[in-house]
Structures are given as C-alpha cells and as structure tokens.
Design a protein around this ligand. Structure first.
Ligand code: TXA
Ligand code: MG
Length: 324
C-alpha cells in the first residue's frame, strides 16, 4: 500500500520522504501542474525499469525528464536559440522541449529509449522544488496504467497504482489537467509532437514562427507515446455528439443542447461557461466518473479546436480510437 503525504499539511516531510524513496530507486507519484507523474531517478536504470513495470508501458517509449530549472536542463541538453527562448518564456510550465542529449549527460538510455534526443520539462510548484532538493532529473510519465486515463488527483493514483508504489504526494487536483505540449525544433522549423496544456498559439507568439503539426501516423511515432489508442476508459466513446442514446453517459461542454439528455445515465459538463482551460482541468476526472457510472458508452459534445481545445480533442480522439 502506498503511503500518501499531503504536501500542504507537511511539505518538509513530503520532500524528505520523496528524496529518500527516489535515492533508494523507487518510482513514486508526484503532483505536477499538468497531471500526476510517476517519477524516478532518470540516471538510475533499475529505477526507470520500475516506472515501465508499474505502468505496463512499452519500453520503446521514451520518458520526459523533469528538471528543476533551465540551468539544470542545460547540463543535459543542447539548446538552440528558439528552444531557449521558449524555455525562458514558459518554464516552469506545461511545455516539453525535445532537444539533443549531451553525450556526457548521466541520463540513462532507458529513459530516452536509446534516442540521441531527450524530452525535457521544468514543472511548476512542488515538483520543481523536489527535483532541486534531489539534485538529479526525474523521469516521469503520467501516474496511470499504460493506455488508461491519466491521473489528475492523488485519489486517481491510489485507485490505479496504490498497491504497486510506496509513496503518493498529494497536492490536490492538477491545475492544468492535460499533459504538457511537446515541441521539437528541427532544421529551424518548429514541430508540434503532442498538443497539451500550453496552447499552440502561445508558443507561436514567442517563437515568431508557425508550429508544424504532424501530418501522418508515421510522423506521430516520433513521439511514440502518441499511439492511437490511449486514455481509454472501460466504456466505448462517441465524439461530437448532439443526440445522446438512452443510458449513455453524457460529457457536455458549454451547456450545449443535447437531445435525449433526459435519458442519459449521468450528465457532466466540462465547462458550463465554455472555458477550455476549465474543461481541460475536468477532462480526465469526468471521464473516470462517467466510466464509473456503469454506462457502456460515453458521449461527448463537440469541443472547439482552439486554444486548449486542440489538446482536449487529441485526447478524446485517442480515447475513441479502436483498441487492439
Ligand atoms: O505533462 C506531462 O508531460 C506529464 C507530467 C507527468 O509531467 N508527463 C508525461 O510524460 O506525459 P510522458 O513520459 O508520458 O510523455 C512522454 C511523451 C511521449 O509521447 C514520448 O514519446 C515523448 O514524450 N518523448 C519523450 N522523449 C522524446 C524524444 N526524445 N523524442 C520524441 N518524443 C519524446
Ligand atoms: Mg500518459
């Protein structure tokens, strides 16, 4: 059973217990502003193996390495001017940069899946302080079983992984609610590898150039976590629904009118006022609640493809993708 420590109640105890568990090579659940992470020492192969085993995650899938600050990131990766400008503008925050790995970085190849690049981000709040105290980067995917819905609360982590990990640090609900936006600068071009908690237009504003979207499925393999089926609830998923079937769970947006809503098993509105940031915050929790309602199908109202809507729609398409 995992021990849970509320970081608001005892931040120092949380830091000390986390540093001790990480030094012993354990994978532990930590809060970040995007989603909860399953974190381990990125330089320790046995610790990284624990992440893969705990999640049941395919090992060809590289992990994001979390740093305390830009200075720590520069010890491990080569920054081009555009990436540095983005890091300066948005770190700490929900942006991951894929950068060339420095040959002398102690980050283990199990964390990078043997690539000569590394995905780096500097998380906000407690996680950043923890990495500073620990002194080494933390590899951390979302703290959930591979292919399932990401955890945005300590209770989500406990329900999914509580018997498999020693420690969960609880900082309440994740503020952003979807994973970080992943960007790579290549040949002077800026490529979006995964839409996420930082809206594309914010990145374009600072970079002064367009973010190129992956056009083909094979391009998406570049960020191998972008497998088609992901974030899958137990129930099947229908998107862009304007009429709900009797007994379906309905996840609405912006108080949109949905015919048949009277017969829905449960109705949850991601943001009654149509705020996409609020919708992102609620997304994974509402998916879990709709799933737990016992409905065999979850119907989603259309979500506008703007701002954080791009990341929400990306996650919904994966939740709805055929599973194999
Ligand atoms: O918000 C987040 O990013 C969360 C929280 C916990 O920080 N973390 C997260 O990490 O989502 P993870 O490890 O699940 O994200 C991995 C994604 C995958 O799609 C992976 O393929 C991509 O980042 N990635 C990591 N390193 C990469 C690299 N060198 N080149 C391309 N993609 C990379
Ligand atoms: Mg994940």
């Amino acid at each position: 059973m995992a021990r849970t420590i509320d970081i608001k109640a005892d931040r120092q105890a949380a830091l000390e217990a986390a540093c001790a568990a990480l030094a012993d090579g354990f994978a532990i659940a930590i809060p970040t502003e995007t989603v909860y992470g399953l974190a381990a020492d990125a330089t320790n192969p046995a610790a990284i193996t624990r992440i893969y085993e705990t999640k049941g995650r395919p090992r060809f899938n590289p992990l994001i390495c979390h740093m305390a600050d830009l200075a720590m990131a520069e010890e491990h990766a080569e920054f081009d001017p555009v990436s540095r400008a983005l890091a300066t503008a948005f770190w700490p925050g929900p942006l991951t940069l894929v950068l060339p790995l420095k040959p002398d970085s102690p980050i283990h190849l199990l964390a990078t899946a043997g690539l000569d690049s590394v995905g780096i981000r500097v998380p906000k709040g407690f996680a950043g302080a923890l990495i500073g105290a620990f002194g080494r980067p933390l590899a951390a995917p979302s703290a959930n079983t591979s292919g399932g819905i990401s955890a945005t609360s300590a209770a989500h982590v406990e329900a999914d992984l509580g018997t498999k990990i020693p420690l969960i640090l609880d900082a309440g609900a994740s503020a952003v609610g979807v994973e970080s936006t992943i960007v790579k600068v290549e040949d002077g071009q800026l490529r979006l590898l995964r839409p996420g908690g930082l809206a594309a237009r914010e990145i374009e504003r600072v970079a002064g150039k367009p973010l190129l979207r992956a056009k083909t499925a094979s391009a998406a393999i570049e960020a191998p976590g972008m497998l088609a089926s992901h974030y899958a609830p137990g129930a099947s998923v229908r998107l862009n629904v304007t009429a709900v079937e009797p007994g379906e769970a309905l996840i609405a947006f912006g108080s949109a009118a949905v015919s048949g809503a009277d017969g829905a098993r449960i109705i949850l509105d991601l943001s009654p006022h149509g705020d996409l940031a609020e919708a992102a915050t609620n997304l994974f929790d509402y998916m879990k609640r709709a799933d737990a309602s016992g409905a065999s199908s979850i119907a989603f109202s259309p979500i506008p493809e703007e701002g954080l809507g791009e990341a929400i729609n990306d996650r919904l398409q994966r939740a709805a993708a055929p599973r194999d």
